[in-house]
Design a protein around this ligand. Structure first.
Ligand SMILES: [Zn+2]
Length: 85
């Protein structure tokens, strides 16, 4: 029997759920509480503007320049954006 892969990161921004302030109480098991709210993904727009948005949020939270750049860059590999053109 194939074991189902456990999802540990947000499928939109790749933030680990362990860092989600809502933890296991988040609305959608696939997305963090920042990305998914009130029954839908709350960010509308393309990957580029989403990356800008996330970068700003991370800097606000005191995350270092290099780290924030890196986490912003890997968002392109998130399932939500991978197939988007
Ligand atoms: Zn997210």
């Amino acid at each position: 029997m194939k074991k189902q892969k456990e999802i540990k990161d947000c499928q939109s921004c790749l933030m680990p759920f362990s860092k989600d302030p809502q933890g296991d109480n988040r609305e959608n098991p696939h997305y963090c509480s920042y990305c998914f709210r009130d029954g839908k993904l709350c960010f509308k727009g393309d990957l580029k503007s989403f990356q800008k948005f996330v970068y700003g949020k991370m800097r606000e939270q005191g995350i270092g320049y290099c780290k924030a750049k890196f986490f912003t860059w890997i968002i392109r590999f998130a399932p939500r954006w991978k197939d988007a053109k």
